[in-house]
Design a protein around this ligand. Sequence first.
Ligand code: CA2
Length: 176
Amino acid sequence: MTTKRTGRIAAKSVSGLHSHVLVLHGPNLNLLGSREPKHYGFATLDDINRALVSHGEAAGARVETFQHNHEGALIDRVHQASRDHVDFIVINPAGYTHTSVALRDALAASAIPFVEVHLSNIYARESFRHHSYFSDLAVGVVSGLGAHGYELALEYALRHLQNRTSHGSQKTEKTH
Ligand code: CA2
């Protein structure tokens, strides 16, 4: 059995399978593009999701997206992500950022690394938005860069997973 280095390294997880990234959107983000462009821009959630999925495809990764307006549904989706061995989560908890111990607990229990994203700069807004129940658990936080923030978070996730791979045994592909 020999091994060979591949030219372009597809984003693979430590399991050797393609990296699996879940993008979670919290309540009201289904309204994006229709109202409050001053805070949230003009892109719709579909625009954002389509761009993330195609970014993932180009990198050889699987990107799934999920939006829900109910806390329990988001929690259930995190539990599902654990069972599915999702490698990384990008999450905009939206209003739950400032209220949800339960969603925080679900992410903590999953032990899946995540980046927290906010379209708006939460620190330039009302003081109740300055506290997040997620930031201390997050690998990092992107806030105030609009839809581009999701792209940056995904880019980080893919590199992070690729680095784990390239420092482990998965960088090489086995040939027989
Ligand atoms: O800036 C962000 O991404 C937020 O997570 C958005 C949340 C807000 O509660 C956070 O403080 C910051 C609100 C999402 C509401 O989205 C809407 C989109 C269009 C129209 C109305 C609401």
